[in-house]
Design a protein around this ligand. Structure first.
Ligand SMILES: C[S@@+](CC[C@H](N)C(=O)[O-])C[C@H]1O[C@@H](n2cnc3c(N)ncnc32)[C@H](O)[C@@H]1O
Length: 343
């Protein structure tokens, strides 16, 4: 089954379209019969977009022009409802490369959060792959499922979402040594390394995406101390935009400087002790239980979403999915979103 049914060709009812209007303001609409985009610049009828090629410019009732494009995945993830912080596109792209996500791969992901990384992983594993995503908070899983279905237009049969803590749920979901790749995006990935080591096939890759240097240090020491992985490798990814206009060619004044670090390691074959691991004599990690307080969400600056706000995000994501479903059937009621342009 196709996991990415992004339509091509002229716009049709049911398509999501990103409109860039006056002053670069972005509106994302799902085209539906009788649908209209109302702004203080006038009214744009959805029917004026239907039949136009992707990348067209259309005019609203106030004679204002709108550039219409189907959103790319990177546009969609940045504007979709969020329960938890998402993996940014720059990091998602690097995760696919560093974790070596390939078509047909059996991948485990935790936590699923808002489902941004899940969308990238689903695309990379293709129709023959299998992604199992674990999330310990039911509402986050709901937001993620709604977001994935809104984007793809269907719930992919290559994806299974398990509500539960990875440490408890993973051994029940997968056979030992059967998983090709594991991607962890959570506060305390070191707590999951033991079950991940059991699940990974020899040579398989574990990748952790973490926000702070203290977490990076702790997970690196944990991975090393197991003696079950290759020496961990850590990176961070900076993408700096450039302004290129005539002779004014320079880096942008602003950029997203820090999001997180990536650390990867590969599962060794049972009993294998590579030379560098032997030299380190499997030193104990330098962290004791008392240090755990240093990694609490508050201490590492992880902002918690309130229950009320989270319920709001669930409703928002489910309304968007319902809108996409109804628009796909040609009925009324799709949910539109509006965001400011980001440079
Ligand atoms: C930052 S969010 C993940 C964002 C996601 N990668 C995305 O791109 O949208 C971290 C998530 O991990 C979940 N989580 C933390 N520890 C977990 C565990 N041990 N098992 C399952 N989920 C966990 C949290 O509930 C939270 O939703």
């Amino acid at each position: 089954m196709n996991v990415d049914l992004r339509p091509a060709g002229p716009f049709r009812y049911g398509d999501r379209v990103q409109l860039t209007g006056p002053k670069g303001r972005l509106h994302t609409v799902t085209l539906r019969e009788g649908g209209e985009l109302h702004t203080h610049h006038g009214v744009l009828k959805h029917e004026n977009l239907v039949g136009q090629p992707d990348g067209s410019v259309v005019t609203n009732s106030g004679d204002h022009e709108y550039l219409a494009l189907r959103p790319l995945l990177r546009d969609f993830v940045m504007s979709m409802p969020r329960g938890a912080a998402i993996v940014y596109p720059k990091d998602a792209a690097q995760i696919l490369a560093a974790a070596d996500i390939f078509p047909g791969a059996r991948v485990v992901e935790a936590g699923v959060g808002s489902g941004a990384l899940s969308l990238w992983l689903l695309r990379a594993i293709g129709a023959q792959g299998a992604l199992t995503s674990f999330e310990r908070r039911e509402e986050f899983a709901q937001v993620a499922e709604a977001n994935v279905e809104t984007y793809l237009g269907h719930a992919p049969d290559t994806w299974k979402v398990v509500v539960g803590d990875l440490v408890e749920a993973l051994p029940d979901e997968v056979e030992p040594a059967s998983v090709d790749r594991v991607v962890l995006d959570m506060l305390a990935p070191w707590e999951c390394i033991d079950v991940v080591a059991d699940a990974l096939t020899p040579g398989g890759v574990v990748l952790c995406y973490i926000a702070t240097a203290t977490q990076l240090s702790r997970v690196a020491e944990y991975i090393r101390a197991t003696g079950l992985f290759t020496e961990p490798e850590a990176t961070e990814t900076m993408v700096r935009g450039w302004h290129v206009e005539g002779l004014a060619v320079r880096p942008d004044h602003r950029m997203v400087a820090h999001t997180g670090f990536l650390i990867t390691a590969r599962r060794l074959a049972p009993g294998a002790v590579p030379p560098d691991v032997r030299r380190r004599a499997l030193k104990k990690p330098s962290y004791a239980d008392e240090d755990v307080e240093m990694w609490t969400p508050g201490a590492v600056g992880d902002r918690a979403i309130t229950d009320k706000n989270l319920r709001k995000r669930v409703r928002e994501a489910e309304r968007a999915r319902e809108g996409a479903r109804q628009a796909g059937r040609g009925a009324d009621g799709a949910e539109d979103t509006e965001t400011d342009a980001v440079d």
